[in-house]
Design a protein around this ligand. Structure first.
Ligand code: SAH
Length: 249
């Protein structure tokens, strides 16, 4: 057991060598949707960068249960770790950003409550939304053949998020207000250890937020002469950085 059909990916809470038993949702996905039977090979992953080839041992239709034999796990190779700091957007926009950013290889998503965010979440609703985003991220990771789902954090203020970044990261805040701030010119000459991109809400970042980011070492950069919608800007920023510094090149 060494290959595993890379296209069939199954999320497990924890990936360890031995047998794993999965319930109704996975049973329906494996047996009904994909029509896999005993002996079929899949890849299991835990969203933390561990994955392993696995084989279906038994399928119990009555119990809606599948037993898998999991081989020894390996650590998935990861490219440039990109953190996306993104202002809270309306529900459907945020779902889109989380899904597409996952496909594009983002490592960590930090929703921020920006001054001009239209959306405000109290703690209770934030927890529910984060759970939803994590599920979207896991499903997108499985879909695109990624071993690790991005970390999706709880919403926090912009000034906290901009100081909580990996050491050695190259950091950019995208702001439509900065004139002549070419992204190309702002790029570091060498590939950094990590990259952080910050994108604002529908109404843009306010001056204090841009200043807080700059004080934390972010460069303020533009994304061209057009004003993009926040969700477009978030994905454009990730693509641009992924191409310039990451594994899209
Ligand atoms: N304040 C603007 C729109 C903000 S666009 C207005 O209401 O007219 C939402 C976010 O997308 C911004 O905070 C910024 O991060 C990003 N963005 C959109 N277009 C951009 C551009 N041309 N350059 C840099 N950032 C941009």
């Amino acid at each position: 057991l060494d290959g595993g059909d890379l296209l069939t990916r199954l999320f497990l809470e924890s990936v360890a060598e031995g047998t794993a038993r999965v319930g109704a949702a996975d049973y329906r996905y494996l047996a009904r949707v994909l029509r896999l039977g005993p002996g079929a090979e899949v890849t299991v992953f835990d969203g933390q960068g561990r994955e392993a080839p696995a084989r279906i041992q038994t399928i119990d239709a009555a119990r809606e249960e599948v037993v898998l034999v999991v081989a020894s796990p390996r650590r998935a190779v990861m490219g440039l770790p990109i953190t996306l700091i993104v202002a809270l957007l309306k529900a459907d926009k945020m779902d889109l950003v989380v899904q597409k950013a996952t496909e594009l290889g983002v490592h960590r998503i930090v929703p921020v409550a920006a001054a001009r965010s239209v959306v405000h979440l109290d703690e209770g609703r934030a927890a529910g939304r984060v759970a939803r985003w994590r599920k979207i991220a896991r499903e997108a990771a499985r879909q695109c053949g990624r071993a690790d789902a991005p970390v999706v954090e709880l919403p926090r203020p912009v000034r906290d998020a901009v100081v909580d970044v990996p050491t050695g990261a190259w950091k950019a805040i995208f702001h439509e207000g900065v004139k002549g701030a070419s992204l190309r010119k702002a790029l570091p000459p060498e590939r950094p250890a990590a990259a952080v991109v910050a994108v604002g809400p529908e109404g843009g970042f306010d001056a204090a937020e841009v200043e807080a980011a700059q004080a934390a070492g972010f460069v303020a950069v533009g994304l061209g002469p057009r004003i993009l919608r926040a969700e477009t800007a978030a994905l454009a920023a990730v693509v641009a950085i992924g191409f310039a510094l990451g594994d899209l090149a």
